[in-house]
Design a protein around this ligand. Structure first.
Ligand code: SF4
Length: 342
């Protein structure tokens, strides 16, 4: 009974930079470049302690051009003179990626099930315009704990004032905050400038109280055919500021136990070639930030090779595959990325 969840892929690196360019506490956010104005995308750059800087780029997974590569957009972003200056002479420490839930208020799922409650990011509690969800994770955790505690106390057992977890949330500031910003993310369907103009009106004039709610569409339905879209040529990585996928995966410390069944399951093994390659020019080779999906030319023709051991568990393939043919399953043995300080 709610809208489909909509996502962004966030790709992030941790750097150690030269002390002369480090300004502890400096926070930068950008929107737009290098993605084109029909794509929802932006960056974050945080100067942490010990000359470390976290930098990342988020691309809305409702993008339509299958030639787009979120990974390459991020690498290109770092080459902007205002960004590059921080990283020249620095050292990359770590790399990672994950999908962010951007659906907000319209996409909040049923929050309880037998034996469990959904809290924080699992429930999609992210204030997208503020790029902030930690406060909501904490608040929903508190409300969940208090709802459970009420049930376990005598007061709860006798039925006095024992509101369920979803009801408690709906009476809290968390729900009001999600409601207030609900139209910002979907307004970017009108492009960067349309989205900014609408967001200014919604935020400052209507103060989030518009009598309408803009709807979401599932991200995988938004991809257009490759032949209808302009190819994008990305610059080659220089190995100093921008890097290739495999050297990035290496510093994510990703590891999966050997000889386990592939945790990236295809419902139909022919679809990557017959549909994805034929119609969309194999978009999984670009949206996967770890180079897991590769088209290999065999004498009998092209085939899809899945390098599952490189998987960063971002779930983008499960979300964006145009025919929903990829099923991300939990790998054996607790394998996956092993991020230091990410
Ligand atoms: S295989 Fe899927 S989940 Fe793994 S890194 Fe690539 S896109 Fe992300």
């Amino acid at each position: 009974g709610v809208d489909p969840q909509t996502y962004g892929i966030g790709i992030k690196e941790l750097w150690e930079v030269r002390p002369e360019v480090h300004q502890q506490g400096l926070t930068m956010h950008t929107v737009g470049w290098p993605v084109s104005s029909d794509v929802y995308g932006g960056s974050f750059l945080y100067h942490l302690e010990n000359n470390q800087v976290a930098v990342g780029f988020v691309v809305g997974l409702d993008y339509s051009n299958p030639h787009l590569s979120p990974y390459e957009e991020f690498q290109r972003f770092k080459t902007h003179p205002e960004i590059r200056k921080f990283f020249e002479g620095g050292r990359r420490i770590s790399y990672g990626a994950r999908a962010l839930n951007e659906g907000g208020y319209q996409s909040v799922p049923k929050l309880s099930f037998p034996g469990g409650l959904l809290i924080g990011d699992t429930a999609g509690f992210l204030n997208v315009p503020k790029v902030k969800g930690t406060h909501m994770a904490m608040k929903s955790g508190i409300e969940a704990a208090e709802a459970l505690f009420a049930h376990l106390t005598a007061e709860g057992q006798t039925g006095h004032e024992c509101l369920g977890y979803p009801e408690r949330l709906k009476q809290s500031w968390l729900w009001d905050e999600l409601h207030q910003v609900r139209n910002i993310r979907p307004s970017f369907r009108w492009g960067l400038w349309g989205g900014i103009a609408y967001s200014a009106i919604d935020t400052y004039l209507l103060k989030g109280k518009a009598p309408w709610t803009l709807r979401h569409h599932a991200d995988h339905t938004q991809l257009k055919k490759a032949s209808e879209c302009t190819p994008i040529v990305y610059p080659k990585p220089d190995g100093k500021i921008s890097f290739d996928r495999l050297s990035s995966v290496f510093i994510s410390a990703t590891n999966h136990a050997e000889e386990q069944p592939c945790h990236l399951r295809l419902k139909d093994a022919s679809v990557p070639i017959s549909t994805n390659l034929a119609l969309y020019n194999a978009p999984e080779t670009r949206y996967c930030p770890a180079g897991v999906y590769e088209i290999v030319e065999d004498p009998s023709g092209p085939r899809m090779q899945i390098n599952a051991q490189n998987c960063l568990h971002c779930k983008t393939c499960d979300i964006k595959d145009p025919t929903q043919n990829i099923d991300w399953a939990v790998p054996e043995g607790g394998g996956g990325p092993n991020y230091p300080n990410m």
